[in-house]
Write a protein that binds this ligand. Structure first.
Ligand code: GLU
Ligand code: MG
Length: 441
């Protein structure tokens, strides 16, 4: 019996939850008795490949089997599922690493950094809603008393969700995550939980664990945990901001070299790459039809939503796509529906391209861009983000750097699935259309 098996057995574990992540960022997996840990580590737990979104695998032959091969370093008992330990799997097909497994896509991107002696650290900040469905099928905040005009940091509603938030905190802490803050966000029924930044792969694994726990704990309380980017048109949406820094050992290579600057020249080049590839990055970081109701240009029904619309960067500027801070930057583009592995991999490819081409991110923007009329934004040469999933997919398809980072299979599967999602949306006839046109002409 291996040391790991012994350790898990001593912790009361009898079953493994072998978990991987599909192209949409959803956790998938199966239960395997602990006695079979050896096989999970050696060859992996087997799945029918074509049954997993985004694999593009055939229905027969050796390439029809998808194996989630356990990464031993991730094995961790799940306190809310007594006796069960989660182990994160990497996709393998026909004995080889599967190029379209999102976790492997990220590992490839991180290997490019490692070849230069660098590691990426990210702090991922999930915002989310706690919802319920009324008897008439209408989606509402789970807490019907959550009604303040300006709900940010609401201390009237927060205590009513203390049971959920505390259980969430305890479960994450027991699984080895360092929870820093939990608060009410700027929409009714919206919250944010922050945990410590970490090595980029681990941060993604942590986010997936967070989603697993939050779904479970919300359901136990009769609520729906939602990472939909913008459930309510008249309220802000849910971002998934990434705090990003690059390290050579314990030295942060983004640390500024001149007083007053936030980033080193290398950090500025990385940011310039993130700005240069902003259109394609949208497809990965804001991957749903609904995402573009968050990234709105101009007035939103709720006033300031704090979601980015303009391709700019500035020191501590939350109205820009990239907010720089000493030795790191906050990438404000991603929303809660993003697959963290793919968003991070695409971010790395963009940043490395900025470094390789020694791009310049342009002057620091210190103005409140949300105050600027569109004409001024255009005059200053500030680009707008894509305004629909369709536009973002076009930008991705035209971006050889980001597509190469995803790999051929994943890029083509992603674009195929997401185009179908867009077409389905564009062709459906909504309640808005009927209300506006049915009796109008
Ligand atoms: N909810 C906002 C967004 O969609 C962000 C609010 C904040 O800055 O924390 O990005
Ligand atoms: Mg927030």
């Amino acid at each position: 019996m291996s040391d790991l098996q012994q350790r898990l057995q001593q912790a009361g574990v009898h079953t493994l939850l072998v978990q991987f992540t599909d192209v949409h960022g959803c956790a998938k997996g199966k239960l395997v008795p602990l006695a079979h840990l050896g096989e999970v580590l050696r060859s992996g737990a087997g799945f029918a490949g074509p049954s997993i979104w985004g694999t593009g695998l055939p229905r027969s032959g050796p390439r029809s089997e998808y194996y989630a091969r356990g990464d031993a370093s991730t094995a961790q008992p799940l306190p809310w599922m007594p006796g069960v330990a989660r182990i994160v799997g990497n996709g393998f097909v026909d004995g080889q690493p599967f190029d379209a497994c999102p976790r492997q896509v990220l590992q490839r991107a991180l290997a490019r950094l490692a070849a230069r002696g660098w590691t990426l650290r990210t702090g991922i900040e999930p915002e989310f809603f706690l919802l319920k469905r009324s008897q008439a099928g209408v989606w509402l905040p789970a807490d019907e008393h959550d009604r303040l005009d300006k709900p940010s940091y609401d201390l009237k509603s927060l205590p009513r969700q203390l049971g959920f938030l505390h259980a969430l905190h305890q479960a994450l802490a027991a699984a080895g995550m360092d929870v820093l803050q939990l608060d009410h966000e700027d929409a009714h029924g919206q919250y944010e939980v922050n945990f410590s930044f970490d090595e980029a792969l681990r941060s993604c694994d942590h986010l997936m664990l967070f989603k697993l726990v939050a779904h479970h704990l919300a359901e136990e309380r009769g609520m729906v945990f939602s990472m939909m980017p913008k459930p309510f048109a008249d309220q802000p949406g849910s971002g998934l901001h990434f705090h990003v820094s690059l390290w050579a050992g314990e030295r942060c290579v983004f640390d500024p070299e001149t007083p007053g600057a936030n980033l080193s020249p290398l950090g500025r080049q990385f940011v310039a790459g993130v700005l240069a590839h902003a259109g394609a990055l949208c497809a990965l970081a804001a991957p749903t039809v609904n995402s573009y109701k968050r990234l709105t240009v101009g007035e939103s029904l709720s006033g300031t939503t704090w979601a980015p619309a303009y391709v700019a960067q500035g020191p501590n500027n939350r109205t820009a796509l990239v907010r720089t801070l000493p030795g790191r930057f906050e990438w404000r583009l991603p929303d809660a529906s993003a697959n963290p592995y793919l968003a991070t991999a695409a971010l790395v490819a963009a940043g490395l391209d900025g470094i390789d081409r020694q791009l310049d991110p342009g002057p620091d923007c210190t103005d409140d861009l949300f105050d600027w009329p569109l004409a001024r934004i255009r005059e200053q040469g500030i680009a707008l983000l894509p305004q629909s999933l369709e536009q973002a997919l076009e930008a991705l398809q035209a971006d050889a750097v980001i597509c190469a980072a995803l790999g051929e299979t994943l890029a083509s599967e992603f674009i195929r699935l997401k185009r179908a999602e867009w077409t389905e949306y564009a062709r459906h006839v909504s309640g808005w259309e009927l209300a506006r046109y049915a009796a109008a002409f």
